[in-house]
Write a protein that binds this ligand. Structure first.
Ligand code: ZN
Ligand code: ZN
Length: 606
């Protein structure tokens, strides 16, 4: 080897071994984090110590030593002191509008759902006393184990004869006062809608005040938003966003914002105010009880391209109901019931094909094995009919409680995303009292095979389906995913394999980004991506699985701006679920009017 060749090799080696920037002072960044454990979710460089941010973007990821090159006179430098930094989390199934309402402008009965019925009854009574005679009593979160057979008479007494609608913890069923039933035009002559039941009194005719599934969806569930003022609707969105930010969530799929009634409008208004501190991908809804031409009109009216912060291009479908009672199964439940799906196969095929041909993305709620099979048949029909489905269409099947090996293969063929709820794989009170009792044990043992979905190479996204369960924080979901037990360890272990923290972080980050077509700008910590970053008080890779739910977020950055916490980590105290609206951290940085182009906030002088 000549000296010249040797020198060339040496040069190449230096180039390969060190970042291109090594040694040379860089344009100073606005913000530099050093001395941390940065888990990037970037396979090329999974761990780093430092991250530099300018404006909304990440400009450097690497060692603390190299980060010094990005520090200038005006750079804000934050020593992470060994703390864990992750990409901002993405919840790919969240009913944020409902969760926000429940925590602000609605009576929150989730908080007492595990108490005796009398406790919740007192909460309802006291709340009603604060209202005017004509005001609605709107609440959510009571448990059917508290009120197995709720009646309108009982509610009338609690609310002093006011109009009252209280959704249960699943959001699938509602408890109505007599005045509320009148308001919605539900009486002895109203037939049960397909997929729903109006529970009757002893005469077999008069509504008892308990509306199940589609009967509730058509009345209170769908129309609740309009019973609030515009300001209340906006308060609810901001409240929901602030609660998510506090848990490190920077993006969501809003799973089912209503169509004709404009459930997406409050998001647009809050975004236009510059106060939407969250990326939101809104789903419009194909509503099975409605006529298909009515659905077409309303769905066509809602989608909008939006911006990278807010868009709507997905149609959500509810194929069946909850496991143990209403999920569409290939065999009857142990109690002899065998409820059908919300669609028949021909209608679903035709309708799914219609919307996939229009270029929209589908997201299917499907829980029973027959419901999952029916959904796949409809997708296979849409693939074979007219324009084939594209491998990059990113259709989603959500819940997948009873997914079977052959379903997984068929999902893989069409590259369908599996969207799952880690926290459902535990011996929850609901599972103990309903699923374990009413579903054959062999079928229970096969439920929630999360690792099979991942091992098959499917894209697997995580989501809480907030606020349908008491557990909703990503850290709570991760604990159940890792242990398959309830947070307190009670009730024993749910059958099936546990997930690793790495697998779950991936589902909450880059896979969530994939599910909203944002993997080019978020989901991992890489140069050129948006600075959606979170700093944790504890290292989830080092603590015991049963401690994961105790994780606290000290700082959440969205587009480089703090939306939760502070860079002075010691001062950050958790506010818990019941923070009052007003603790919300304002960040007027997405100043756009819809439709329009997203612009970052001009960085403030420090
Ligand atoms: Zn669902
Ligand atoms: Zn949902």
């Amino acid at each position: 080897m000549s000296r010249c060749e040797f020198k060339l090799l040496l040069c190449l080696a230096v180039l390969l071994l060190s970042p291109a920037s090594a040694g040379a002072q860089q344009k100073p960044a606005e913000l530099v984090f050093t001395g941390g454990k940065v888990y990037t979710v970037d396979e090329q460089q999974p761990w780093a110590e430092a991250v530099a941010v300018t404006g909304r973007d990440i400009v450097f990821v690497g060692s603390s030593a190299d980060a010094k090159l990005f520090i200038g006179d005006d750079t804000e430098v934050v020593d992470l002191e060994g703390r864990l930094m992750l990409p901002g989390l993405i919840d790919s199934h969240c009913h944020l509008r409902i969760g926000g309402q429940a925590n602000s402008v609605m009576l929150n009965l989730f908080e007492t759902m595990t108490e005796p019925a009398g406790v919740s009854a007192e909460v309802i009574r006291n709340h009603a006393k604060t209202l005017g005679e004509d005001d609605w009593v709107l609440g959510t979160g009571w448990s059917p184990s508290q009120f197995p057979k709720p009646t309108r008479q009982e509610l009338d007494a609690l609310v002093g004869g006011r109009k009252a609608m209280l959704a249960d913890d699943t959001q699938h069923n509602g408890w109505y006062s007599t005045a509320a039933l009148q308001y919605f035009g539900i009486d002895a002559d109203t037939p049960n809608p397909k997929g729903g039941v109006i529970v009757r009194e002893e005469d077999g005719k008069t509504p008892s005040g308990h509306l199940l599934e589609k009967a509730h969806m058509l009345a209170g569930f769908r129309q609740t938003p309009q019973l609030f003022t515009l300001a209340q609707q906006e308060t609810a969105i901001k409240k929901g966003v602030s609660l998510q930010n506090e848990q490190g969530i920077t993006s969501i799929i809003e799973a089912a914002s209503m169509t004709r009634e404009g459930g997406d409008d409050p998001y647009k208004r809050v975004a236009a105010m510059g106060e939407l501190n969250l990326r939101v991908s809104i789903n419009t809804v194909h509503f099975s009880p409605l006529d298909d031409e009515v659905n077409l009109k309303t769905i066509q009216g809602r989608p909008f391209q939006g911006t990278e912060m807010l868009d709507c291009r997905t149609v959500k479908w509810a194929i069946d109901g909850v496991p143990g009672t209403m999920a569409f199964m290939s065999e009857p439940y142990k109690d002899g019931t065998h409820p059908p799906a919300n669609y028949d196969q021909d209608r679903l095929n035709r309708e799914v094909d219609r919307y996939t041909e229009m270029g929209m993305r589908m997201m299917f709620h499907c829980e029973g094995d027959a419901g999952i099979d029916m959904t796949l048949k409809a997708m296979e029909y849409a693939h074979a009919t007219g324009k084939p489905l594209g491998m990059d269409d990113r259709h989603i099947m959500t819940h997948l409680d009873h997914v079977q090996p052959d379903h997984i293969e068929r999902m893989k063929k069409l590259n369908i995303i599996a969207q799952v709820q880690f926290h459902w794989a535990a011996a929850t009170t609901y599972n103990q009292t309903t699923v374990f009792k009413n579903v054959r044990k062999e079928l229970v043992d096969q439920m929630y095979p999360f690792t099979d979905l991942i091992d098959a190479g499917l894209h697997v996204g995580a989501g809480a389906d907030w606020p349908t369960s008491p557990e909703w924080k990503p850290w709570e979901l991760m604990q159940v995913g890792a242990t398959r037990t309830m947070l307190d360890g009670e009730g024993g272990r749910f059958p099936g394999e546990s997930l690793s923290v790495e697998q779950m972080v991936k589902a909450f980050t880059i896979e969530g980004a994939y599910a909203i077509w944002r993997e080019d700008i978020i989901g991992s910590i890489e140069v050129g991506k948006r600075a959606d970053l979170i700093v944790l008080a504890n290292n989830i890779f080092e603590i015991k699985p049963e401690e994961l739910s105790q994780t606290r977020v000290l700082l959440t950055l969205l587009n480089g701006n703090p939306v939760w916490g502070a860079k002075n980590f010691e001062k950050v105290q958790p506010t818990g679920e019941s923070v009052e609206y007003g603790d919300y951290v304002p960040g007027h940085f997405c100043e756009f009017t819809l439709p329009g182009v997203w612009r970052p906030k001009k960085s403030e002088s420090k």
